[in-house]
Design a protein around this ligand. Structure first.
Ligand code: DGL
Length: 291
């Protein structure tokens, strides 16, 4: 009898098997590691597979169809690895593709979006800076989010051109990066912003650089812990939490569509997770069908 036939006869076995399955997390590149850090903190028992689509990063300057194709391909790959839940740890991919992924996969799915709502709640000056990719800022999903909160708060939206590329190179503090970041933050500070939304999962790795430029003048809104808690609620609701004791030595399975060197370096230096990165080939749907 196949394992599936056994699990149909014995639903408890199936639930246990699923609970022990990994959570799949993906980003265009290394930014989603900031989300992985939060997931590990909130859900230390969960096994994790992380895919960085670094071969195609940055997504933030690509066209919408390309981003949908890559998101569908990678979520499909993670589901085929047995993932019991998916985290699209990329604001850009969420903005363009989350609805499509929901149609394709009947497992818990969490996306990320810029923390406009929490920023509107905490800003005293009512001027909020939003740093995100060009694609996120121009997406209908983001515009709807903004419209909901723009009546009593002024949002200054700035595309963070060049910032994803810097983090992909593991550059979080060079003088060129600091100058670029300052050129984005100074106009926000001059306009009276007291809050900054990090609308891209790469940007939490720039928090120290942002502090060095803005000091305590900006409250930084990073939604990674809130998203990890949302994942926790979904796993709980589906009876999918892994109850095994956390193994402090357990490492996530790290995968990359490009050279994994920078991923290993960033994870080791900023997350204290030093583990090899597997190279994976994940064709887009149109490549598989030969169109
Ligand atoms: N981390 C991705 C995000 O949150 C970066 C997108 C990109 O590759 O430009 O949007």
């Amino acid at each position: 009898m196949s394992a599936d036939a056994v699990s149909l006869l014995n639903p408890t076995l199936r639930a246990d098997a699923c609970a022990n399955a990994p959570v799949g997390i993906f980003d265009s590149g290394l930014g989603g590691l900031s989300m992985l850090r939060a997931v590990r903190a909130v859900l230390p028992r969960e096994r994790l597979i992380y895919v960085a689509d670094s071969l195609y990063a940055p997504y933030g300057e690509k066209d919408d169809d390309f981003i949908v194709d890559r998101t569908v391909a990678i979520c499909g790959w993670l589901a085929a690895q047995g993932a019991k839940a998916l985290v699209v740890a990329c604001n850009t991919a969420t903005a363009q593709s989350i609805a499509r992924v929901r149609e394709l996969h009947a497992i818990p799915l969490v996306g990320v979006e810029p923390g406009v709502k929490p920023a509107a709640t905490i800003s005293r000056s009512r001027v909020v800076g939003v740093l995100a990719t060009q694609v996120t800022l121009r997406s209908a999903r983001f515009q709807t989010l903004l419209d909901r909160h723009a009546s009593d708060c002024h949002f200054l939206c700035q595309p963070g051109h060049g910032l994803v590329q810097a983090v992909e190179r593991c550059d979080t503090s060079s003088s060129q990066l600091m100058a670029l970041l300052e050129s984005y933050l100074a106009p926000m500070l001059d306009a009276g912003a007291d809050t900054l939304v990090l609308g891209c999962t790469h940007y939490p790795f720039l928090d120290r650089a942002i502090r060095d430029i803005a000091g305590e003048r900006l409250q930084i809104v990073d939604t990674s812990v809130a998203i990890a808690r949302q994942l926790e609620r979904l796993l709980e609701a589906g009876g999918l939490q892994n109850d095994a004791s956390p193994d402090p030595a357990a490492m996530p399975r790290f995968c990359s569509t490009a050279d994994g060197g920078p991923q290993r370096q960033l994870a080791a230096s900023l997350l204290q997770l030093d583990t090899p990165v597997e190279h994976v080939v994940i064709p887009s749907p149109h490549e598989r069908s030969g169109t």
